[in-house]
Write a protein that binds this ligand. Sequence first.
Ligand code: AKG
Ligand code: FE2
Length: 298
Amino acid sequence: MFLSAQQVGEFRENGVLIAKNVLTEADFAGVEAETSAYIDRRARELQAEGKIKDLHEDAPFDKRIGLLFEQCPEIERGIDIMSLLGKQMFGFLHNDNLLDAVESLIGPELTCSPIQHLRARMPGGKDGGKHGLVPWHQDAGVTLEEADSSDIVTCWIPLIHATRQTGCMEVIPGAHKLGHLEHVAEGGTTIRPDLLPKTEPLCAECPRGGVVFMTKYTPHRGQPNLSEQVRWTIDLRYQRTGTPTGRPFHPDFPVRSKAAPNSVTRDYEDWVSRWKKAHVDGKGKQMHRVKPKPAMAM
Ligand SMILES: O=C(O)CCC(=O)C(=O)O
Ligand SMILES: [Fe+2]
């Protein structure tokens, strides 16, 4: 879906745009089936190891991993994009409905950044919904300086209806105009607290099928998941081809081009092998511009 001039204007003014009806049910089907199959396989392995008693085979996608996680937190390991390396997900990274919208924001020469995640935020309850909570940051803060001149659009895609209850994002509208704010390593990479703009944050509720678009300078954070649903999201970044991603040791690839259509990569095996190599080559490399604090010696 191409965005309207009004939506593009809103994005430029606020640094955030919640666009509804970008994706269809068919767009999600492959990724959800692939992820479900992985969860099922892992659940059976963990059951064989005696770590899971009830497989919850009939539970829906937005519940099952939560019910398994209660029995064995290991179940969430390996679901992220660069670990699962699924063929359906690789296809989704080229999704035309999504890329039409991104093209409306940064033009038709598009590269998929390797900063890409599939996240399952477990239902609240025990820990007050804090599982995997991300503090205030700009996405520019979690890239290396090489990407400072790159125009990067973050696409935050909920697989459920993201509401305050399920834990949508909070975003500070207009604050992207401040440019890069210094980040510190305090419970994750976060904006230096005294630099955080005082503007009232927007609770970025977004229905399934919608996408929250943000610039790399838009301050945002996750909200706790206080619901009984798993807050499944995919967050991706696209940028103009030829500009640095901020993760030079991880694989990027062109997904759309008017100027050179043949440059678009659809080679799934190549993507998998580049990620596998990156896991080895990228080990121990600094990924955020702020060095993480060393773990305290006990
Ligand atoms: O999902 C969240 O809570 C935060 C995600 C995020 O920071 C991002 O997509 O850039
Ligand atoms: Fe982010």
